[in-house]
Design a protein around this ligand. Sequence first.
Ligand code: ZN
Ligand code: ZN
Length: 161
Amino acid sequence: MTSTSCNRCHAETEIKIIHVADGNADQLHICLKDFPLRTCPEGHRQFVRPNFAAELLHHLTEEDEPGLPAGEEKGLIMKKYLCESCHAALEPKPDHTHTFSIDIELEDLQPFGVDLSMPVYKCSACGKEQLHSLKEVRKLTPAAMAHAFEDANIPPPPGVI
Ligand SMILES: [Zn+2]
Ligand SMILES: [Zn+2]
């Protein structure tokens, strides 16, 4: 068995591009666009390589999400969110849901897209729109991503559960 054989029936797989797969976790909606996976002649699906999910999660939470506009979280029990530009309080209610489109390039793979949609809040002083906090979007990313993989019919590899 090689790294490109099916992890269920051991047949050879080929790369297939999935146009859209969606997943939600709480307020975060993730849409994977034109991303690669592997499929065998029986139609079993698996990640394009075993560590694909870990690579994508790392890319999103360490490289892409830190670049998004996001407020600063203050307080342990009564959470407050402060503007990243002027440190005034953000409006209590979200203004709208904003979609941030990210291009992902992982080693040896064709670039693909990830849309992250989440409510944005306006600063009460300078009007800048931003997410509540980077911590919040980072925390929700693994679950939203897992649901997008479910939507693409990629089951967890055998032996994981
Ligand atoms: Zn198979
Ligand atoms: Zn501000």
